[in-house]
Design a protein around this ligand. Sequence first.
Ligand code: UGA
Length: 443
Amino acid sequence: MRCTVFGTGYLGATHAACMAELGHEVLGVDIDEGKIAKLASGEVPFYEPGLADTLRRNLDSGRLRFTTSYAEAAAFADLHFLGVGTPQKKGEYGADLRHVHAVVDALAPLLDRPAVIVGKSTVPVGTAAELAVRASGLAPAGDAVEVAWNPEFLREGHAVVDTLRPDRVVVGVDPTRDGRAEALLRELYADLIAAEVPFLLTDLPTAELVKVSANAFLATKISFINAISEVCEAAGADVGALADALGHDARIGRRFLGAGLGFGGGCLPKDIRAFMARAGELGANQALMFLREVDSINMRRRTKMVELATRAVGGSLLGSTVAVLGAAFKPDSDDVRDSPALNVAGMLQLHGATVTVYDPKAMDNSRRLFPTLTYATTAIEACDGADAVLLATEWDEFRSLEPADLDGVVRSRVIVDGRRCLAADRWRAAGWTYFALGSKADG
Ligand code: UGA
């Protein structure tokens, strides 16, 4: 089959490469010429394990190409995926749909034969129906252009495997139409369906809502364990052991019960806020009031980390030297959007600490976003002369740090484990003062 993918960020680039991997002919489209040139030459403009191999293999086979030309894209296929970003609006909770609208407004006037526009971006419920009216109004083919919604559930760092072996494929269609969109998407995903990936057909608003509900649930699960973590800290209990015990209940499950610095990134934080905003517009805001608490529990983890750091350096950050290990919002990613690690580093600096940050992959993005922080080229260099070392993103490189690696490097042997990923006993046995979010503090 042939398809196009509009938007070549994390979502679009991965989707384009993976659809080609499934054997389809794919054209990736973006207005950013630099990005298109990179992708066309086999270079992924962000860090995503495994994506470069998939990209190159499919460029070489000729199944995958990239262009900036909407006219070429409109002529190439009748199945067009929307994979552009829907960031949080500046100063507001709602989602900014300008990129989605821009694609539809530029593409639809070029559609002169039946076509299906398939949304993958995360959008407020009701967007698909609105786009359907907009697209058929602008398209020479009129009503023969329809909109379907096929939300994406991939995680950064696991994007390729999540796309090729998803837990489910959700497809929302307009039930008053003739079934063409469903048939095309069943054909596109035939290999996944054959591999027994559940294919769930819904109407448009349900498909849009599945996506935001899934992210809201994941965020709620993390904030739930972080709320329990606050009680554990006060009561001297251990939230890790508690989460293990909870997780054995199959109804609860252990995943996403990782207590610590909480969630960040380009999805969970903005999605729960956009969900609340949209529910408010629909007059259903009371139903989602708890998400406000989910958000504030999450933000409290960051201030709690700053408080722990303050204790760790002896009561005042002013004039202290702090190493922050990690800048990406999670390991195996170079994404620093709404990163708890960088947020904490920024707060420490505001409180008068000299902060040096190191991350294995996210240094360029961090420098761009937080140019006033100091950056080191290795973890050891970041810890040089530190009064306290803060672990903010649980990269394997940091998990495998040995206390001896930092002896003679730091000024004080004090470590704050914001992701609960170090063996506390080993650090304590080596003479370190070990603090962790979710446990009663040493100091
Ligand atoms: C999330 C969802 O997991 C994906 O299913 C979804 O497709 C994606 O958003 C999206 O909407 O595009 P992602 O943002 O890549 O994926 O990251 P997650 O792996 O979900 O982690 C989110 C944040 O939660 C990270 O900051 C991570 O450190 C934190 N987290 C995760 C915890 O604090 N504790 C946990 O137990 C798990």
